[in-house]
Design a protein around this ligand. Structure first.
Ligand code: FAD
Length: 460
Protein backbone atom coordinates (compact mmCIF):
# COMPACT_ATOMS: atom_id res chain seq x y z
CA UNK A 1 0.00 0.00 0.00
CA UNK A 2 1.21 3.58 -0.73
CA UNK A 3 1.97 5.96 2.07
CA UNK A 4 -0.94 8.16 0.88
CA UNK A 5 -3.37 5.21 1.11
CA UNK A 6 -2.07 4.50 4.58
CA UNK A 7 -2.63 8.08 5.58
CA UNK A 8 -6.15 8.05 4.15
CA UNK A 9 -7.00 5.30 6.61
CA UNK A 10 -6.23 7.82 9.36
CA UNK A 11 -9.28 9.25 11.12
CA UNK A 12 -9.26 12.60 12.84
CA UNK A 13 -11.58 12.82 15.86
CA UNK A 14 -12.27 16.38 16.92
CA UNK A 15 -13.36 16.56 20.59
CA UNK A 16 -15.04 19.63 22.06
CA UNK A 17 -17.51 19.38 24.97
CA UNK A 18 -17.17 15.59 25.10
CA UNK A 19 -13.92 14.94 26.96
CA UNK A 20 -14.48 11.24 27.49
CA UNK A 21 -13.64 7.82 26.07
CA UNK A 22 -16.79 5.98 27.16
CA UNK A 23 -20.04 6.58 25.29
CA UNK A 24 -18.29 8.72 22.72
CA UNK A 25 -19.98 7.97 19.37
CA UNK A 26 -17.39 9.82 17.24
CA UNK A 27 -14.52 7.95 18.87
CA UNK A 28 -16.36 4.64 18.57
CA UNK A 29 -16.96 5.26 14.85
CA UNK A 30 -13.28 6.10 14.35
CA UNK A 31 -12.35 2.79 15.94
CA UNK A 32 -14.73 0.99 13.57
CA UNK A 33 -13.00 2.54 10.55
CA UNK A 34 -9.77 0.79 11.59
CA UNK A 35 -6.48 2.55 10.92
CA UNK A 36 -4.73 5.21 12.98
CA UNK A 37 -6.77 7.68 15.05
CA UNK A 38 -5.67 11.26 15.70
CA UNK A 39 -7.64 12.85 18.55
CA UNK A 40 -7.52 16.63 18.62
CA UNK A 41 -8.84 19.36 20.92
CA UNK A 42 -8.81 22.90 19.55
CA UNK A 43 -8.78 25.91 21.88
CA UNK A 44 -10.84 28.14 19.62
CA UNK A 45 -10.38 31.71 20.80
CA UNK A 46 -10.67 33.08 17.27
CA UNK A 47 -14.13 32.23 15.94
CA UNK A 48 -16.92 34.78 16.38
CA UNK A 49 -19.45 31.98 17.00
CA UNK A 50 -17.60 30.64 20.06
CA UNK A 51 -18.23 32.23 23.47
CA UNK A 52 -14.86 32.51 25.24
CA UNK A 53 -14.99 30.43 28.41
CA UNK A 54 -14.65 31.98 31.87
CA UNK A 55 -11.80 31.68 34.37
CA UNK A 56 -13.17 28.80 36.46
CA UNK A 57 -14.00 26.83 33.30
CA UNK A 58 -10.46 27.38 32.04
CA UNK A 59 -9.17 25.80 35.25
CA UNK A 60 -11.48 22.83 34.77
CA UNK A 61 -10.59 22.47 31.09
CA UNK A 62 -6.86 22.31 31.86
CA UNK A 63 -7.30 19.42 34.28
CA UNK A 64 -9.89 17.60 32.23
CA UNK A 65 -7.60 17.69 29.19
CA UNK A 66 -4.71 16.40 31.31
CA UNK A 67 -6.82 13.46 32.41
CA UNK A 68 -8.08 12.79 28.88
CA UNK A 69 -4.54 12.79 27.49
CA UNK A 70 -3.56 10.15 30.05
CA UNK A 71 -6.51 7.93 29.14
CA UNK A 72 -5.83 8.25 25.41
CA UNK A 73 -2.14 7.46 25.89
CA UNK A 74 -3.11 4.28 27.76
CA UNK A 75 -5.26 3.30 24.79
CA UNK A 76 -2.40 3.96 22.37
CA UNK A 77 -2.76 7.42 20.85
CA UNK A 78 -1.75 10.87 22.10
CA UNK A 79 -4.09 13.86 22.48
CA UNK A 80 -3.14 16.58 19.99
CA UNK A 81 -3.71 20.17 21.14
CA UNK A 82 -4.06 23.06 18.72
CA UNK A 83 -5.17 26.66 19.10
CA UNK A 84 -6.98 29.07 16.78
CA UNK A 85 -10.10 29.28 14.59
CA UNK A 86 -11.27 25.67 14.43
CA UNK A 87 -12.36 25.72 10.80
CA UNK A 88 -8.84 26.58 9.66
CA UNK A 89 -7.05 24.42 12.25
CA UNK A 90 -8.96 21.25 11.36
CA UNK A 91 -8.34 21.74 7.64
CA UNK A 92 -4.64 22.25 8.33
CA UNK A 93 -4.54 19.05 10.35
CA UNK A 94 -6.22 17.11 7.55
CA UNK A 95 -3.56 18.41 5.15
CA UNK A 96 -0.75 17.55 7.59
CA UNK A 97 -1.92 14.03 8.40
CA UNK A 98 -3.58 13.15 5.08
CA UNK A 99 -6.56 11.91 7.13
CA UNK A 100 -9.38 10.46 5.04
CA UNK A 101 -12.12 11.22 7.57
CA UNK A 102 -12.98 13.78 10.27
CA UNK A 103 -15.54 12.80 12.90
CA UNK A 104 -17.08 14.79 15.74
CA UNK A 105 -20.02 14.85 18.14
CA UNK A 106 -22.55 17.56 17.40
CA UNK A 107 -22.95 20.81 19.35
CA UNK A 108 -26.04 22.99 19.47
CA UNK A 109 -24.91 26.56 20.12
CA UNK A 110 -24.12 29.17 17.45
CA UNK A 111 -20.80 27.31 16.99
CA UNK A 112 -22.68 24.69 14.99
CA UNK A 113 -22.38 27.12 12.06
CA UNK A 114 -18.63 26.44 12.10
CA UNK A 115 -19.26 22.70 11.97
CA UNK A 116 -21.72 23.02 9.07
CA UNK A 117 -19.27 25.10 6.99
CA UNK A 118 -16.42 22.74 7.80
CA UNK A 119 -18.43 19.66 6.85
CA UNK A 120 -19.22 21.15 3.44
CA UNK A 121 -15.59 22.17 2.82
CA UNK A 122 -14.18 18.80 3.82
CA UNK A 123 -16.63 16.91 1.65
CA UNK A 124 -15.84 19.20 -1.30
CA UNK A 125 -12.21 18.22 -0.78
CA UNK A 126 -13.10 14.52 -0.86
CA UNK A 127 -12.65 14.00 2.89
CA UNK A 128 -15.30 12.02 4.76
CA UNK A 129 -16.94 14.24 7.41
CA UNK A 130 -19.49 12.82 9.84
CA UNK A 131 -21.08 14.07 13.04
CA UNK A 132 -22.93 12.19 15.76
CA UNK A 133 -25.55 12.70 18.46
CA UNK A 134 -23.76 12.47 21.80
CA UNK A 135 -24.25 15.24 24.32
CA UNK A 136 -28.02 15.51 24.78
CA UNK A 137 -30.64 12.87 25.42
CA UNK A 138 -32.69 14.12 22.47
CA UNK A 139 -31.40 16.36 19.69
CA UNK A 140 -33.25 19.67 19.39
CA UNK A 141 -34.36 19.26 15.78
CA UNK A 142 -36.00 15.94 16.66
CA UNK A 143 -38.37 17.16 19.39
CA UNK A 144 -41.15 19.40 18.08
CA UNK A 145 -44.78 20.00 18.98
CA UNK A 146 -47.84 19.08 16.89
CA UNK A 147 -47.19 22.02 14.53
CA UNK A 148 -43.56 21.07 14.01
CA UNK A 149 -42.35 24.00 16.17
CA UNK A 150 -39.94 23.81 19.15
CA UNK A 151 -41.73 23.54 22.50
CA UNK A 152 -41.89 26.78 24.46
CA UNK A 153 -43.06 25.27 27.76
CA UNK A 154 -41.05 22.78 29.81
CA UNK A 155 -43.81 20.40 31.00
CA UNK A 156 -45.18 19.31 27.59
CA UNK A 157 -41.61 19.31 26.26
CA UNK A 158 -40.43 16.87 28.89
CA UNK A 159 -43.58 14.77 28.61
CA UNK A 160 -42.88 14.38 24.87
CA UNK A 161 -39.25 13.48 25.60
CA UNK A 162 -40.23 10.85 28.14
CA UNK A 163 -42.24 9.01 25.50
CA UNK A 164 -39.14 8.46 23.40
CA UNK A 165 -36.29 6.02 23.65
CA UNK A 166 -32.84 7.21 24.68
CA UNK A 167 -30.12 5.99 22.30
CA UNK A 168 -28.00 3.02 23.45
CA UNK A 169 -24.48 3.61 24.77
CA UNK A 170 -21.65 3.79 22.25
CA UNK A 171 -19.04 1.03 22.68
CA UNK A 172 -15.80 1.93 24.47
CA UNK A 173 -12.67 1.52 22.33
CA UNK A 174 -10.31 -1.11 23.70
CA UNK A 175 -7.31 0.24 21.76
CA UNK A 176 -6.56 3.16 19.47
CA UNK A 177 -3.59 3.13 17.12
CA UNK A 178 -1.47 6.22 16.68
CA UNK A 179 -0.35 7.42 13.23
CA UNK A 180 3.20 6.32 12.30
CA UNK A 181 4.54 9.90 12.38
CA UNK A 182 3.83 11.85 15.55
CA UNK A 183 1.49 14.83 15.03
CA UNK A 184 2.88 18.03 16.59
CA UNK A 185 0.88 19.33 19.55
CA UNK A 186 0.87 22.50 21.63
CA UNK A 187 1.99 22.08 25.22
CA UNK A 188 -1.05 22.43 27.47
CA UNK A 189 0.89 24.74 29.79
CA UNK A 190 1.47 27.19 26.95
CA UNK A 191 -2.29 27.88 26.86
CA UNK A 192 -2.08 29.39 30.35
CA UNK A 193 -5.51 28.20 31.37
CA UNK A 194 -4.55 28.14 35.06
CA UNK A 195 -4.42 31.27 37.20
CA UNK A 196 -0.95 32.27 38.38
CA UNK A 197 -0.76 35.76 39.78
CA UNK A 198 -2.68 35.44 42.01
CA UNK A 199 -3.47 31.72 42.13
CA UNK A 200 -7.10 31.97 43.28
CA UNK A 201 -7.92 28.33 42.52
CA UNK A 202 -7.04 26.77 45.92
CA UNK A 203 -10.65 26.31 47.00
CA UNK A 204 -11.59 24.86 43.62
CA UNK A 205 -8.67 22.42 43.77
CA UNK A 206 -9.77 21.27 47.24
CA UNK A 207 -13.32 20.68 46.02
CA UNK A 208 -13.03 19.02 42.62
CA UNK A 209 -11.06 16.45 40.66
CA UNK A 210 -11.81 16.87 36.95
CA UNK A 211 -11.58 14.06 34.40
CA UNK A 212 -13.62 11.12 33.18
CA UNK A 213 -12.50 8.50 35.75
CA UNK A 214 -13.65 10.68 38.65
CA UNK A 215 -16.82 11.62 36.79
CA UNK A 216 -17.78 7.94 36.49
CA UNK A 217 -17.03 7.37 40.17
CA UNK A 218 -19.16 10.40 41.05
CA UNK A 219 -22.05 9.04 38.97
CA UNK A 220 -21.86 5.59 40.55
CA UNK A 221 -21.55 6.94 44.09
CA UNK A 222 -24.50 9.22 43.54
CA UNK A 223 -26.74 6.46 42.20
CA UNK A 224 -25.69 3.87 44.80
CA UNK A 225 -25.59 6.06 47.88
CA UNK A 226 -27.19 9.47 47.52
CA UNK A 227 -30.09 9.30 45.10
CA UNK A 228 -32.45 7.85 47.76
CA UNK A 229 -32.13 11.15 49.64
CA UNK A 230 -32.62 13.35 46.58
CA UNK A 231 -35.96 14.45 48.04
CA UNK A 232 -33.90 16.71 50.33
CA UNK A 233 -32.22 18.37 47.33
CA UNK A 234 -33.44 21.87 48.22
CA UNK A 235 -31.45 21.96 51.45
CA UNK A 236 -28.04 23.44 50.72
CA UNK A 237 -26.38 22.04 53.84
CA UNK A 238 -27.16 18.47 52.75
CA UNK A 239 -24.93 17.01 50.03
CA UNK A 240 -27.66 15.09 48.25
CA UNK A 241 -27.45 16.40 44.70
CA UNK A 242 -25.21 14.72 42.15
CA UNK A 243 -22.71 17.54 41.56
CA UNK A 244 -22.43 16.21 38.04
CA UNK A 245 -22.98 19.63 36.44
CA UNK A 246 -19.34 20.41 35.50
CA UNK A 247 -18.92 16.78 34.34
CA UNK A 248 -21.91 17.17 32.04
CA UNK A 249 -20.74 20.61 30.94
CA UNK A 250 -17.38 19.25 29.74
CA UNK A 251 -18.81 15.91 28.65
CA UNK A 252 -16.73 13.83 31.04
CA UNK A 253 -19.92 11.87 31.36
CA UNK A 254 -22.85 11.99 28.94
CA UNK A 255 -26.49 12.50 29.91
CA UNK A 256 -27.14 9.20 28.12
CA UNK A 257 -24.80 7.40 30.54
CA UNK A 258 -26.52 9.11 33.46
CA UNK A 259 -29.94 8.16 32.10
CA UNK A 260 -29.12 4.48 31.64
CA UNK A 261 -27.35 4.25 34.98
CA UNK A 262 -30.33 5.75 36.80
CA UNK A 263 -33.09 3.90 34.99
CA UNK A 264 -31.40 0.52 35.25
CA UNK A 265 -30.41 0.90 38.90
CA UNK A 266 -33.55 2.27 40.42
CA UNK A 267 -36.06 -0.18 41.80
CA UNK A 268 -39.74 0.76 41.83
CA UNK A 269 -39.70 2.16 45.37
CA UNK A 270 -37.26 4.88 44.40
CA UNK A 271 -39.09 5.85 41.23
CA UNK A 272 -40.17 9.25 42.61
CA UNK A 273 -36.71 10.51 43.40
CA UNK A 274 -35.38 9.08 40.14
CA UNK A 275 -38.14 10.86 38.19
CA UNK A 276 -37.39 14.10 39.96
CA UNK A 277 -33.72 13.76 39.14
CA UNK A 278 -34.38 12.92 35.49
CA UNK A 279 -36.68 15.95 35.37
CA UNK A 280 -33.68 18.13 36.31
CA UNK A 281 -31.74 16.60 33.45
CA UNK A 282 -34.85 17.54 31.47
CA UNK A 283 -34.26 21.21 32.32
CA UNK A 284 -30.78 20.88 30.88
CA UNK A 285 -32.33 19.45 27.73
CA UNK A 286 -34.94 22.20 27.63
CA UNK A 287 -32.36 24.99 27.93
CA UNK A 288 -30.30 23.49 25.12
CA UNK A 289 -33.40 23.24 22.95
CA UNK A 290 -34.12 26.91 23.68
CA UNK A 291 -30.54 27.90 22.84
CA UNK A 292 -30.76 25.96 19.58
CA UNK A 293 -33.69 28.07 18.38
CA UNK A 294 -32.54 31.29 20.13
CA UNK A 295 -28.72 31.42 19.86
CA UNK A 296 -28.55 34.91 21.43
CA UNK A 297 -29.87 33.56 24.76
CA UNK A 298 -27.02 35.17 26.75
CA UNK A 299 -27.46 38.58 25.12
CA UNK A 300 -31.16 39.18 24.43
CA UNK A 301 -34.39 38.93 26.37
CA UNK A 302 -36.57 36.21 24.93
CA UNK A 303 -39.63 38.28 25.92
CA UNK A 304 -39.02 41.57 24.20
CA UNK A 305 -41.11 43.70 26.62
CA UNK A 306 -38.12 43.33 28.95
CA UNK A 307 -36.08 45.43 26.51
CA UNK A 308 -37.87 48.41 28.11
CA UNK A 309 -37.20 47.35 31.71
CA UNK A 310 -35.74 50.23 33.79
CA UNK A 311 -32.67 48.41 35.18
CA UNK A 312 -30.26 50.42 37.28
CA UNK A 313 -27.15 51.08 35.23
CA UNK A 314 -23.91 49.36 36.26
CA UNK A 315 -22.52 52.68 37.44
CA UNK A 316 -25.66 53.54 39.47
CA UNK A 317 -25.60 50.16 41.18
CA UNK A 318 -21.79 49.74 41.18
CA UNK A 319 -21.29 49.42 44.95
CA UNK A 320 -24.25 47.07 45.34
CA UNK A 321 -23.04 44.86 42.49
CA UNK A 322 -19.61 44.64 44.11
CA UNK A 323 -21.19 43.71 47.45
CA UNK A 324 -23.21 40.99 45.69
CA UNK A 325 -20.20 39.56 43.85
CA UNK A 326 -18.14 39.26 47.01
CA UNK A 327 -20.83 38.13 49.44
CA UNK A 328 -21.10 41.36 51.45
CA UNK A 329 -24.77 42.31 50.87
CA UNK A 330 -25.82 41.79 54.49
CA UNK A 331 -28.35 39.15 53.36
CA UNK A 332 -26.92 35.92 54.84
CA UNK A 333 -28.23 33.34 52.35
CA UNK A 334 -27.13 35.44 49.36
CA UNK A 335 -23.72 36.10 50.88
CA UNK A 336 -23.20 32.44 51.76
CA UNK A 337 -23.96 31.43 48.18
CA UNK A 338 -21.76 34.06 46.59
CA UNK A 339 -18.86 33.06 48.85
CA UNK A 340 -19.37 29.36 48.11
CA UNK A 341 -19.24 30.26 44.42
CA UNK A 342 -16.10 32.37 44.74
CA UNK A 343 -14.29 29.76 46.75
CA UNK A 344 -15.37 26.50 45.08
CA UNK A 345 -16.68 27.43 41.61
CA UNK A 346 -20.08 25.99 42.54
CA UNK A 347 -23.27 27.09 44.26
CA UNK A 348 -26.22 24.99 45.36
CA UNK A 349 -29.24 25.40 43.06
CA UNK A 350 -31.64 26.72 45.71
CA UNK A 351 -29.10 29.40 46.63
CA UNK A 352 -28.42 30.25 42.97
CA UNK A 353 -32.13 31.02 42.70
CA UNK A 354 -32.08 33.28 45.78
CA UNK A 355 -28.84 35.06 44.84
CA UNK A 356 -29.94 35.65 41.25
CA UNK A 357 -33.39 36.89 42.27
CA UNK A 358 -31.82 39.28 44.79
CA UNK A 359 -29.58 40.85 42.14
CA UNK A 360 -32.24 41.12 39.47
CA UNK A 361 -35.23 42.12 41.58
CA UNK A 362 -34.09 43.61 44.88
CA UNK A 363 -31.10 45.42 43.38
CA UNK A 364 -32.84 45.96 40.01
CA UNK A 365 -29.70 45.01 38.09
CA UNK A 366 -29.88 43.64 34.54
CA UNK A 367 -29.72 39.79 34.57
CA UNK A 368 -26.86 39.91 32.05
CA UNK A 369 -24.56 41.41 34.72
CA UNK A 370 -25.17 38.40 36.95
CA UNK A 371 -25.01 35.94 34.07
CA UNK A 372 -21.56 37.20 33.13
CA UNK A 373 -20.31 36.89 36.73
CA UNK A 374 -21.58 33.32 36.98
CA UNK A 375 -20.09 32.59 33.54
CA UNK A 376 -16.68 33.61 34.81
CA UNK A 377 -16.82 31.97 38.24
CA UNK A 378 -18.82 28.70 37.86
CA UNK A 379 -16.97 25.50 37.01
CA UNK A 380 -20.22 24.30 35.42
CA UNK A 381 -20.82 27.54 33.44
CA UNK A 382 -22.94 26.28 30.60
CA UNK A 383 -23.90 28.14 27.45
CA UNK A 384 -27.53 27.10 27.72
CA UNK A 385 -28.15 26.49 31.42
CA UNK A 386 -26.60 29.70 32.69
CA UNK A 387 -28.43 32.28 30.56
CA UNK A 388 -31.53 30.04 30.50
CA UNK A 389 -31.77 30.08 34.29
CA UNK A 390 -30.96 33.78 34.55
CA UNK A 391 -33.72 34.63 32.10
CA UNK A 392 -36.04 32.29 34.00
CA UNK A 393 -35.42 34.22 37.23
CA UNK A 394 -35.64 37.60 35.51
CA UNK A 395 -39.00 36.68 33.98
CA UNK A 396 -37.72 37.44 30.49
CA UNK A 397 -37.12 33.82 29.43
CA UNK A 398 -38.93 30.90 27.84
CA UNK A 399 -41.45 29.42 30.31
CA UNK A 400 -40.02 31.78 32.95
CA UNK A 401 -41.18 32.35 36.51
CA UNK A 402 -43.91 35.02 36.65
CA UNK A 403 -42.23 38.33 37.44
CA UNK A 404 -44.24 39.02 40.60
CA UNK A 405 -42.89 35.85 42.24
CA UNK A 406 -39.99 37.47 44.06
CA UNK A 407 -37.92 35.22 46.30
CA UNK A 408 -37.56 36.49 49.84
CA UNK A 409 -34.03 35.36 50.78
CA UNK A 410 -34.77 35.55 54.51
CA UNK A 411 -37.81 33.26 54.24
CA UNK A 412 -35.89 31.00 51.86
CA UNK A 413 -33.16 30.63 54.47
CA UNK A 414 -35.70 29.86 57.22
CA UNK A 415 -37.29 27.21 55.05
CA UNK A 416 -34.26 25.52 53.49
CA UNK A 417 -31.49 26.21 56.00
CA UNK A 418 -33.46 26.30 59.26
CA UNK A 419 -30.47 25.52 61.48
CA UNK A 420 -28.33 27.98 59.49
CA UNK A 421 -25.70 25.33 58.92
CA UNK A 422 -25.08 26.37 55.33
CA UNK A 423 -25.02 30.06 56.22
CA UNK A 424 -22.60 29.56 59.12
CA UNK A 425 -20.26 27.50 56.94
CA UNK A 426 -19.76 30.35 54.49
CA UNK A 427 -20.50 33.40 56.66
CA UNK A 428 -19.03 32.51 60.06
CA UNK A 429 -19.26 36.15 61.24
CA UNK A 430 -22.98 36.33 60.47
CA UNK A 431 -24.04 37.05 64.05
CA UNK A 432 -21.18 39.41 64.92
CA UNK A 433 -20.70 43.16 64.61
CA UNK A 434 -18.40 42.56 61.61
CA UNK A 435 -21.30 41.50 59.43
CA UNK A 436 -22.64 44.34 57.22
CA UNK A 437 -26.14 45.82 57.36
CA UNK A 438 -28.33 44.89 54.35
CA UNK A 439 -27.45 46.96 51.28
CA UNK A 440 -31.13 47.28 50.52
CA UNK A 441 -34.46 47.05 52.36
CA UNK A 442 -36.12 43.83 51.18
CA UNK A 443 -39.73 45.05 51.43
CA UNK A 444 -39.11 48.44 49.81
CA UNK A 445 -37.00 47.01 47.03
CA UNK A 446 -39.65 44.37 46.34
CA UNK A 447 -42.26 47.12 45.84
CA UNK A 448 -39.82 49.05 43.64
CA UNK A 449 -39.32 45.97 41.44
CA UNK A 450 -43.06 45.37 41.05
CA UNK A 451 -43.58 49.04 40.10
CA UNK A 452 -40.75 48.83 37.56
CA UNK A 453 -42.37 45.80 36.00
CA UNK A 454 -45.79 47.52 35.86
CA UNK A 455 -44.21 50.49 34.06
CA UNK A 456 -42.64 48.10 31.54
CA UNK A 457 -45.96 46.49 30.81
CA UNK A 458 -47.70 49.88 30.59
CA UNK A 459 -45.10 51.12 28.11
CA UNK A 460 -45.99 48.30 25.72
P1 FAD B 1 -28.53 17.88 40.39
O1 FAD B 1 -29.68 18.33 41.21
O2 FAD B 1 -27.85 16.66 40.77
O3 FAD B 1 -29.07 17.78 38.88
C1 FAD B 1 -28.52 16.90 37.90
C2 FAD B 1 -28.21 17.66 36.63
O4 FAD B 1 -29.40 18.20 36.07
C3 FAD B 1 -27.29 18.83 36.83
O5 FAD B 1 -25.95 18.43 36.86
C4 FAD B 1 -27.62 19.68 35.62
O6 FAD B 1 -26.97 19.21 34.46
C5 FAD B 1 -29.11 19.46 35.47
N1 FAD B 1 -29.86 20.51 36.17
C6 FAD B 1 -30.24 20.55 37.46
N2 FAD B 1 -30.95 21.67 37.71
C7 FAD B 1 -31.02 22.34 36.55
C8 FAD B 1 -31.60 23.58 36.17
N3 FAD B 1 -32.29 24.37 37.02
N4 FAD B 1 -31.45 23.99 34.88
C9 FAD B 1 -30.77 23.22 34.00
N5 FAD B 1 -30.19 22.05 34.31
C10 FAD B 1 -30.31 21.62 35.56
N6 FAD B 1 -26.49 24.62 35.69
C11 FAD B 1 -25.43 24.35 34.91
O7 FAD B 1 -25.18 23.18 34.62
N7 FAD B 1 -24.64 25.36 34.42
C12 FAD B 1 -24.88 26.67 34.69
O8 FAD B 1 -24.16 27.54 34.21
C13 FAD B 1 -25.98 26.98 35.54
N8 FAD B 1 -26.25 28.27 35.87
C14 FAD B 1 -27.33 28.54 36.68
C15 FAD B 1 -27.62 29.88 36.98
C16 FAD B 1 -28.70 30.20 37.80
C17 FAD B 1 -29.03 31.65 38.09
C18 FAD B 1 -29.50 29.17 38.33
C19 FAD B 1 -30.69 29.48 39.21
C20 FAD B 1 -29.22 27.84 38.04
C21 FAD B 1 -28.15 27.51 37.20
N9 FAD B 1 -27.85 26.16 36.86
C22 FAD B 1 -26.78 25.90 36.03
C23 FAD B 1 -28.76 25.07 37.23
C24 FAD B 1 -28.47 24.32 38.55
O9 FAD B 1 -28.28 25.23 39.60
C25 FAD B 1 -27.26 23.40 38.45
O10 FAD B 1 -27.35 22.57 37.30
C26 FAD B 1 -27.16 22.48 39.68
O11 FAD B 1 -27.10 23.24 40.85
C27 FAD B 1 -25.94 21.61 39.56
O12 FAD B 1 -25.78 20.80 40.69
P2 FAD B 1 -25.96 19.24 40.60
O13 FAD B 1 -25.20 18.69 39.43
O14 FAD B 1 -25.66 18.68 41.93
O15 FAD B 1 -27.52 19.12 40.27
Amino acid sequence: MHAADDAARTTLVWLRDDLRITDNPALAAATDRGGPVVVVFVLDDDSAEVRPIGSASRWWLHHSLTSLAERLAELGTPLVLRRGGAERVIQELVAETGAGAVLWNRRYSAAREIDARLKTRLREDGVEAESFAANLLFEPHTVTNGSGEPYRVYTPFWRACRQRDVRPLAPTPARLSAPPDPVPSDLLGSWQLLPTAPDWAGGIRDTWSPGEPDALIALNDFVDETLVDYGLRDQPSRSVTSRLSPRLRFGEVSPVQVWHRITSAVPGADATVADKFLGELGWREFNWHVLYSFPQLAERNIRSEFDRFPWQSESEAGAEIEAWRHGRTGIPLVDAGMRELWRTGYMHNRVRLAAASFLVKNLLVDWRVGERWFWDTLVDADEANNPGNWQWIAGSGMDAAPYFRIFNPVLQAQKFDPERRYIRTWVPEVDSADYPEPVVDLALSRRRALAAYESTKAGG
